[in-house]
Write a protein that binds this ligand. Structure first.
Ligand SMILES: [Zn+2]
Ligand SMILES: [Zn+2]
Length: 230
């Protein structure tokens, strides 16, 4: 966690030195307009359920979804977006959250998904203490402001599952997350829920969230992530 003094120091630095583009280094924001044009988007033809590009003979991971009704993501997890998300998640670059939130909003406005309430994929308490913030919650805060869709923090992570990156295969990823989440209260009852995260790989984490949300009365659960590993 940053101390108060460190936060002030960072704010002063941000004022003195405007954000440099993570890709080209110019002082035109964390992703400058030129580099923004070069980000690789998920383009049709994509799977109507999980948004993955359709390739010959490849079966989608979404055939394993038990509770998740759909997943959309604007970008492929590579290049500048990957850099941005690594800085955002592991190197305390919280200042990039408004930009990433606006990219999510751009995606949601161009492909409307019926949603009554937003929720971030939660972090386990231990990991939250260690990192100091939940990156997905920061995304949700900005998306909620831009879209006017309310958000809640009552989806909880109750098991500190190993990092999904370490889970070797799809089956391991799925059994990891099936009982990892729970809902406190009735915020999701009768609602169409949009679960927000930074990046999705197989969608297993989002599917685990969807299971808990549907047990708590959600009508539909869809995922929105900034990037997708393909
Ligand atoms: Zn640039
Ligand atoms: Zn699919």
């Amino acid at each position: 966690m940053l101390t108060h003094l460190e936060k002030l120091h960072r704010m002063a630095l941000d004022l003195l030195f405007p954000a440099r583009c993570l890709n080209c280094g110019r002082e035109k924001g964390y992703i400058c307009p030129d580099c923004m044009e070069t980000l690789e988007r998920l383009k049709p033809p994509v799977c109507p359920v999980c948004n993955l590009p359709i390739k010959n003979n490849r079966q989608c991971d979404c055939r394993y979804f038990k509770s998740l009704d759909g997943l959309i993501s604007p970008f492929v997890y590579q290049g500048t977006i990957r850099q941005a998300l690594i800085q955002f998640k592991y190197h305390n670059l919280r200042a990039i959250a408004p930009l990433l939130g606006s990219l999510l909003w751009e995606c949601l406005s161009s492909r409307p998904v019926p949603s009554d309430i937003l929720t971030p994929v939660p972090l386990h308490q231990k990991r939250l203490r260690w990192r100091g913030y939940n990156q997905s919650r920061l995304l949700v805060d900005h998306l909620s402001k831009l879209s006017g869709i309310p958000s809640t923090q009552s989806l909880l992570k109750i098991q500190n599952t190993p990092s999904q990156v370490d889970a070797k295969n799809t089956h391991a990823r799925r059994t990891n997350v099936e009982s990892a989440f729970m809902v406190a209260g009735a915020d999701f009852f009768g609602k169409r829920v949009l679960v927000v995260d930074d990046v999705a790989t197989t969608g297993a984490t989002l599917d685990g969230c969807a299971l808990a949300l549907k047990k708590a009365g959600a009508i539909t659960v869809r995922g929105l992530t900034l990037a997708r590993e393909i």
